[in-house]
Design a protein around this ligand. Structure first.
Ligand code: PNS
Length: 165
C-alpha cells in the first residue's frame, strides 16, 4: 500500500531546512503533500498565493509531492486526504516542546494519524523562516539559507533590490 504524508506548515517562506526535511520524507513516503496553513488571523509576510508560487519553483525537482493549502484542523485535513502520517522536522531541542505538544494534541484529536519527526541536517539547525525574514529585513545576507527565488522575493519585499539601470 502506498504511504502518504502531509508536511504541514506556514512556509512563510520556505527555507532550505524545509527542503532538507522534504528530501528525507520523500525517501520514506510514496507521496508527500506540502500543505500551507491558510490562516487569515495569523500575520504572514507573504500571501498564500506568493507562498505557493515560491514552493512551486523551489520544489520542482520533486516528483512525488503535491502542494496544497488547508484551513481548520490539520488532522481533519489529513483524514480528508487519506494520509498515513503528518511529517514534521525537528531541529534543535528548542523545537521539541512545541512539536511534542502539537503531536500529542493531534493524537488526542485523532488516534489514527501518526506524527513522524525527521531530524534536519546539521547545517540547517539554526535556519528558520523567522530568522531569515529578520536578517533579510535589515539587509543581512541570507543566500544559501533559502531557495534563490525566496531570497529574491525577500529582497523585493523589503525593497533591497538594487534599482535596474
Ligand atoms: O510552520 P509552522 O507555523 O510551525 O506550522 C504549524 C502548523 C501549520 C503545522 C500548525 O499550526 C497547524 O497544524 N495548524 C492547524 C490547526 C491545528 O490543527 N493545530 C494543531 C492542534 S490544535
Amino acid at each position: 500500500m502506498k504511504k502518504l504524508a502531509i508536511y504541514p506548515g506556514s512556509f512563510d517562506p520556505i527555507t532550505n531546512g524545509h527542503i532538507d526535511i522534504l528530501e528525507r520524507g520523500c525517501k520514506i513516503f510514496d507521496k508527500v503533500i506540502v500543505a500551507i496553513l491558510h490562516n487569515p488571523d495569523k500575520a504572514a509576510l507573504f500571501t498564500v498565493e506568493e507562498r505557493i508560487a515560491m514552493l512551486e519553483i523551489s520544489l520542482n525537482k520533486f516528483k512525488n509531492i503535491e502542494i496544497d493549502t488547508f484551513d481548520g484542523l490539520l488532522v481533519d485535513y489529513a483524514v480528508k486526504k487519506n494520509a498515513d502520517a503528518i511529517l514534521r522536522g525537528m531541529r534543535a531541542v528548542s523545537d521539541f516542546e512545541y512539536e511534542f505538544q502539537m503531536a500529542l494534541m493531534n493524537r488526542r484529536l485523532n488516534r489514527d494519524i501518526q506524527t513522524v519527526f525527521l531530524i534536519t541536517g546539521l547545517r540547517w539547525i539554526f535556519t528558520s523562516s523567522s530568522i531569515i525574514k529578520e536578517a533579510a529585513r535589515f539587509g543581512g545576507n541570507i543566500d544559501g539559507m533559502a531557495p534563490e527565488v525566496v531570497c529574491k522575493k525577500l529582497k523585493e519585499k523589503f525593497d533591497l533590490t538594487p534599482p535596474s539601470t
